[in-house]
Design a protein around this ligand. Structure first.
Ligand code: ATP
Ligand code: MG
Length: 428
């Protein structure tokens, strides 16, 4: 098998337009019985969602595999989208032939011509006879197919142990599948099979990566963003919508909760505690996000924090900030280097958006010297004595606007997203 690196997790295809079908293999969920069936069903549902824009594509399912018959739909584009489906370990572009010796040889030859292996390449034919009534056995077939192929390609030599090119042939009753390429998928757990979490999505580099990492572990993610209109602009909001859209490529659809944060934020000014401003803001975000999580049935909060990155991400800061909520606080990037996070954000496709220079609500009120070592008792006291603080938090939750984001923006028919009661559908 030739293996393509997942050079970009999203988007880019390879020259695999020869394919009649894509064969999708599940990752090792290391699960048995009922759970495995549930996981496979979830992957299938996700795949269904991803192929909706390709009406001629037809799905088939078998233990451990999904087939996508292309019927003329673009192979590379579909493979590019499907390798992003969590739980898919690999994809092979397949040529389909009749289950006759003549057709198998002729289609194999055509595939070899397309792949045009370099002079001196090593090669092997690997036949699996699933349909036992086929007149030739697997070992015999290896010879029957490889002999004419080698005659046509004198530059090829056979290597049974570790060939550069392994032509796999699966003989079934109705058709025979012929393939030799392997495109790496993202793997992970199928979406939503490990529950739901609320992601605090800022406009930065880190939080979209934290969201993607969570989704890859099987978490369904809803996003919550805090904005401070009029201090933050419409462009800043649009940037977050666009980032959520990048995430929706991996989920089909994503809910984004937009929280008006101006009143909460300005309530901290004039306290004479400027160095605690960020600590108080972060805690307020967690408190509001926790209420939204409860409302939406999410069991954890996710942030893009990484240890030591900024003043609010020292261990003492994380300690004091994290105590604002009882919910598990997941920080997928906590031990990662910034350069690795940047690398991942490029692969996911969020980097170019993240570096756009629009202001975040937190950068507006950043004090000269934010504390790296906040005092929990003082913070508790400030919050307890701030007039009307509880009401401010409750009002922010009440005034939160929720939108559904899909990968397709305005171009897609609304029927792709089932409208839920009380949720505004917006096509940005
Ligand atoms: P990012 O690149 O995600 O913005 P950062 O390194 O800039 O991260 P901070 O700005 O300190 O870090 O934010 C830490 C985390 O707090 C973010 O990763 C995000 O989860 C959350 N956060 C910050 N600002 C917002 C916001 N306006 N709305 C929602 N979440 C936010
Ligand atoms: Mg930020």
């Amino acid at each position: 098998m030739r293996t393509h690196e997942p050079d970009a997790v999203a988007g880019r295809g390879t020259s695999i337009e020869y394919a009649d079908m894509l064969l999708l293999r599940f990752g090792e969920f290391t699960l048995k019985g009922k759970n495995r069936a549930r996981f496979e069903k979830t992957v299938l549902r996700h795949v269904k969602e991803m192929i909706k824009p390709y009406p001629r594509a037809v799905l088939g399912k078998e233990f451990g595999r999904i087939y996508v018959q292309l019927n003329g739909e673009p192979a590379a584009e579909l493979a590019g989208a499907l390798k992003n489906v969590f739980g898919i370990a690999s994809i092979s572009p397949v040529k389909v032939s009749q289950s006759t010796l003549e057709d198998i040889i002729s289609v194999s030859r055509r595939l070899l011509e397309i792949l045009s292996p370099a002079e001196g390449s090593t090669f092997k034919v690997n036949v699996r006879r699933v349909w036992k009534e086929f007149p030739h056995g697997s070992i015999e077939m290896n010879k029957l197919v490889s002999t004419p192929l080698l005659q046509g390609y004198p530059g090829l030599t056979v290597d049974m142990r570790s060939p550069q090119l392994e032509l796999k042939i699966e003989i079934r009753h109705d058709h025979t599948y012929i393939f030799c390429e392997n495109i790496a998928g993202v793997g992970g757990f199928p979406l939503g099979t490990n529950g739901k979490a609320m992601l605090l999505l800022s406009g930065g580099i880190d939080s979209p990566v934290a969201g993607w990492s969570s989704m890859r572990r099987g978490l369904e993610v809803e996003c919550v963003h805090f904005y401070s209109y009029p201090y933050t602009s419409e462009l800043a909001r649009q940037k977050v919508v666009d980032l959520a859209r990048v995430l929706s490529r991996y989920a089909g659809v994503i809910k984004l909760h937009l929280v008006p944060f101006t009143e909460v934020q300005t309530s901290f000014t004039g306290l004479g505690q400027d160095n605690l401003m960020i600590t108080l803001m972060r805690r307020a975000m967690l408190k509001i996000a926790a209420r939204l999580a409860e409302r939406e049935g999410a069991l954890a909060l996710v942030t893009g924090e990484s240890l030591g990155q900024v003043a609010s991400q020292t261990l003492p800061s994380m300690n004091v900030i994290g105590r604002a909520t009882q919910l598990p606080l997941l920080r997928p990037l906590v031990m990662m280097d910034k350069s690795d996070i940047v690398e991942l954000s490029k692969k996911i496709g969020s980097y170019e958006l993240s570096i756009l220079p629009y202001e975040d609500c937190c950068t507006l009120f950043v004090p000269k010297s934010p504390t790296t070592n906040p005092n929990l008792r003082i913070v508790d006291k400030i919050e307890a004595t701030l007039p009307g603080y509880e009401d401010l938090l409750a009002a922010a939750v009440d005034r939160t606007e929720t939108v559904q984001i899909t990968p397709y923006g305005g171009e897609k028919p609304a029927d792709l997203v089932p409208a839920e009661a009380g949720i505004k559908e917006e096509w940005f």
